[in-house]
Design a protein around this ligand. Structure first.
Ligand code: RP5
Length: 175
């Protein structure tokens, strides 16, 4: 059985700097992924082949990102029952508003879970959360991750107030 659980698909290599962040998030949690360049417009046959074969290949989630008239996530979603997370990639001249609307405004019946413009890291996290539904160790890692986020907020709050004493007193209050 393959360790690759998430397919990361993008319309072009120009999306790679953004899409890499999805892989970073998955790496953080030790989730296996593969990356593919395909295109709903420039290579629809390849896109269809990939989407139709994804579940049988062992994938559990597909993350798809594209810019401009960004039909890739929706087209993939139409050809698989796997959950698809869409990433609107910001490109000139509309800076991602075009891709956001293209991806988020799916017709009823074929959902795509759309993250923020260039929100690839969150797409990776959302994929991990989906996989964690059936994986206790991933759930533990996600809990630790959330705690680390809260700890960072506390650190920043302490630094802002520039008073260690004040900070420690407040931390004590919460116990
Ligand atoms: C989309 O067109 C791609 O996802 C990319 O964001 C955009 C531009 O592609 P390139 O012209 O850079 O290959 O299909």
């Amino acid at each position: 059985m393959s360790d690759v659980k998430v397919g990361i698909v993008m319309g072009s290599d120009s999306d790679l700097p953004i899409m890499r962040k999805a892989a970073e998030a998955l790496d953080h949690f030790g989730v296996g992924w593969e990356m593919v360049i395909s295109s709903a417009h420039r290579h629809p046959e390849k896109t269809a082949r990939y989407a139709r074969g994804a579940a049988e290949a062992g994938l559990k989630v597909i993350i798809a990102g594209a810019g401009g008239a960004a039909h890739l996530p929706g087209v993939i979603a139409s050809m698989t029952l796997l959950p698809v997370i869409g990433i609107p990639v910001a490109i000139e001249p509309l800076h991602g508003v075009d891709s956001l609307y293209s991806i988020v405004q799916m017709p009823q019946g074929i959902p795509v879970a759309t993250v923020a413009v260039n929100g690839a890291y969150n797409a990776g996290l959302l994929a991990v959360q989906m996989l964690a539904l059936e994986d206790d160790s991933l759930r533990d890692k996600l809990n630790n991750y959330r705690q680390s986020l809260a700890a960072k907020v506390e650190e920043k709050d302490c630094a802002l107030r520039e008073s260690e004493a004040q900070c420690n007193r407040d931390a004590g209050d919460k116990k």
